[in-house]
Design a protein around this ligand. Sequence first.
Ligand SMILES: C[S@@+](CC[C@H](N)C(=O)[O-])C[C@H]1O[C@@H](n2cnc3c(N)ncnc32)[C@H](O)[C@@H]1O
Length: 470
Amino acid sequence: MPFPLAFLDRMKSDLGSEFLRFLGRFGTARSGEHSPEPVEKVDAFGNAEPIPWHPDGRYLAERPSFTLDPSFHAGAYYVQEASSMLIFEALRQTVDLGQKQRVLDLCAAPGGKSTLLLSAISRDSFLVSNEVIQNRVAPLKMNLEKWGHANVAVTNHDSEDFERLAGYFDVVLVDAPCSGEGLFRKDEDAAGHWSEASVELCAARQRRILTAAADLVGQGGVLIYSTCTFNAAENENNVKWLAETGGFEHCSLALNPDWGVVEKERGYQCYPHRVRGEGFILRPFENGGNKTPFIKYYVPKEWQRIVEKQLGVFEKWVSQPADYEFFTKPEGMVVAVPRQLTEEFFAIGSVLKKRSVGVEIGELKNKDFIPSHTLALANFLHPPFAEGEPDQGTSAAFFEKRKPLGSGLGTWLDAGGIRKLAARLDEGAGQPLEQLPANGLADSDGCEMTSLEMEHGLDGLDTDLIPFHP
Ligand SMILES: C[S@@+](CC[C@H](N)C(=O)[O-])C[C@H]1O[C@@H](n2cnc3c(N)ncnc32)[C@H](O)[C@@H]1O
């Protein structure tokens, strides 16, 4: 396909003698480069080739029909592009992942980096996963519910709305909306939307996001900036500007030279002719400045704390219920908040209006507790609630919305014994409770999703994966 001439000229001057190799990659089908693997259940990925910079990452031969795969819906794996998993290595080298961390993923939808972050941080750490564009929040929330971790709050705010949380976070990730040059190889539309003016527009928007983000990082905290584009305006210039104006220092990473990642002043750059992945760049910074956050927080006044003597009802459903505080919302929905993170959840709840804090585990109706789909996916669901496994044909019909699965809970087991529940079925409620957001296209910002992918919380561009680990 034809690429913008201005883009080609710039890449030629940036890459010099490597330019032809770079260009050569645009005629190569991605699927040809990896060995084919059937995708039925998560254990089918066991033999797929590992991605060297993520312990759980695997290269897939092709993009299978994830939307009809129950283990995908159960959150057994998440599909994303290999280069972007380099974020894991940046975290590993700059953050003490064994310690409690407060983490903000500022540009989070559809949730690839947030799932990666949740798997990397400790259970007592806290993630705020934020997306500003409203119709991208439902797929983000759904992907994180599938992932099943309780230590995450989802918010729907502009970066500037976080102002009162200045200095609050130990790690802030800005996986910025960008001109998407690194994705031209697999997304021809991205090339079609590209112009020099759009690059300038993206660079200015990124600067605005970075200005707000820099303020949120506490003393000694880490800010990671990443884009999937190659140009200096969005990468080098913004990175330089942040270092000069924000009191941030570059963190160096020691990366295995075999991976092919190029170290530049602007960051660690993945080029498709050098790495097994698409175009991507990241730059970690450390905040040398001094910020002391002070957040006043409150429990939402309409929430009722469930008292000790009522807690017995949850013992059947929740592993280690003592680790959670339970509240009821006015309409009867029960919310579980990890006890050691109540302060963090309520701080976010107090400062940001558009947020989802705590896990909605079900409804209390008189003396009955009706568990939610979200609880079925949570990794703190009490294990005895595995009741049979619907066959592949029945579950495909369910995901195509042709047929409910029946009563009970469908469980999917992989060879390694990972337990994730595929669906909360129609028990109690009289209809399937699989909650799918409405169709619709996200705003165009280099991360567009098709309506089907949107519905299933997928980013259409991604083809590699990280399996879930409990
Ligand atoms: C590169 S994508 C993020 C991909 C995501 N981190 C992942 O791994 O799945 C950039 C995101 O930034 C969001 N965005 C767009 N404009 C924004 C703005 N002004 N401030 C913050 N985020 C914005 C987009 O909606 C998009 O979801």
